[in-house]
Design a binder for this molecule. Sequence first.
Ligand SMILES: [Zn+2]
Length: 93
Amino acid sequence: MTKPRRRIAATVCQSCGMPLRLDAADRPDSGSPDDPSFCSHCYGAGKFVLPDLTLEQMQARVLTKLRKVGVPESRARTLTRRIPSLQRWKART
Ligand SMILES: [Zn+2]
């Protein structure tokens, strides 16, 4: 088996932390025409989908989503903890 190449660091949504590669499946043109830093769930038509979402709300949403897709609790919490360091939230502090 060959290992898939992983370059996660620069390729996650800068709002929710989701790998943009996964998002490309829902988006045939792959890559948002508005801003390639965000996934289609967070950003579309030139603005955030949920502009008033707080950091805490985003973390809760992501944690719920990760649990739902079967991500182990410890991994889900690690992924959720890094959200404050993403571009969208860093700019607010
Ligand atoms: Zn996102």
